[in-house]
Design a protein around this ligand. Structure first.
Ligand SMILES: [Zn+2]
Length: 310
């Protein structure tokens, strides 16, 4: 088993979100340990290979008991500054989005993740440590055909001026716009081809960020107790407090795109279509994923993932 505590560098990504047309898993287990962003607790996970059609699920270990939560939009319990999954037994796992994005980027269809602690370790605030370790251990192609979610009618989710629109198209594109006019981040737009490995590499490396004035409020809500300049970009007005350069001139919008890719991978398969996101966030992302899941169910398509299991 390989073990990682956070390594920001990343090489070329072999598979895109579209990836292979065969299902895939990991060649061997890999583990990660580090602080949880919100709890501040030391957390450990083991990402294990799984058989065809198993999908992605989390085995939460707590006080000697084990409870399984399937990765599915129906199981989102909270999407406030991160995505947390819950099941009917009350088990939960928080901050799944960067690991889910790494699984999407590496086109991993089947894995069972043992979780020791309340959330997925934040590591360096990006998906790069997860992608690196998956690549290092290797990706096993399986025999079964890979499922794809084909969008055949527009799906739209809105909240005030924020929106996500998913439209039919023969491709895998995500157009993201963010607007933080009150500070250095400003307004950024970027189109990402989700089958372009160079773009996926840039996206995987992008780190989470927040504005300094938000920190106190989030701490008062018992959030980001594990947040630091080692795992988040902190912006104060026109300054970046981390004292180092951005990893990419578009790092902020790339990270919002990464979060969306992770949240949408709760559907368990890549989406064939064009996604247009304006000021997205986990709340909007997971509502849009749920709308696609419900549409699939209504259309009697093969559900990509089983809903809540205890
Ligand atoms: Zn994020």
């Amino acid at each position: 088993m390989r073990h990682c505590t956070g390594e920001p560098s990343i090489g070329e990504i072999e598979f895109g979100v579209r990836g292979t047309m065969r299902q895939s898993t990991l060649k061997a287990p890999i583990s990660f340990s580090g602080l949880g962003l919100h709890s501040g607790d030391e957390c450990r996970i083991v990402v294990r290979p799984a058989e065809e059609y198993v999908g992605i699920s989390f085995k939460c270990h707590k006080a000697g008991a084990v409870s399984v939560i399937a990765a599915a939009p129906e199981n989102v319990g909270c999407a406030f500054h991160g995505t947390a999954l819950v099941n009917s037994s009350g088990a939960s796992v928080a901050t799944v989005e960067h690991l889910m994005a790494a699984l999407a980027i590496c086109a991993i269809d089947n894995t069972v993740i043992d979780v020791f602690g309340p959330e997925i370790p934040i590591l360096d605030g990006s998906s790069a440590p997860f992608v690196n370790e998956i690549k290092a251990v290797g990706i096993e192609r399986q025999g079964a055909e890979r499922h794809e979610i084909i969008i055949d009618q527009p799906v739209s989710i809105k909240d005030g001026d924020r929106s996500i629109l998913i439209e039919p198209a023969d491709g895998f594109r995500l157009d993201t716009t963010i607007d933080f006019e009150d500070c250095l981040i400003g307004r950024q737009s970027l189109s990402v081809a989700l089958d372009n490995s160079a773009m996926l590499e840039r996206m995987a490396k992008s780190r989470t960020f927040c504005r300094l004035y938000e920190v106190q409020g989030l701490r008062a809500m018992d959030l980001i107790r594990g947040g630091s300049l080692d795992n988040s970009i902190v912006v104060d007005g026109d300054k970046i407090l981390n004292g180092d350069d951005l990893r990419d001139p578009y790092e902020f919008v790339l990270h919002k795109a990464l979060d969306l890719v992770g949240d949408f991978y709760l559907l368990g398969a890549p989406i064939r279509g064009v996604i247009t996101a304006f000021k997205p966030g986990h709340d909007l992302n997971t509502r849009a994923a749920l709308a696609i899941s419900e549409l699939q169910r209504r259309q009697n398509q093969t559900p990509s993932r089983l809903a809540a299991t205890a």
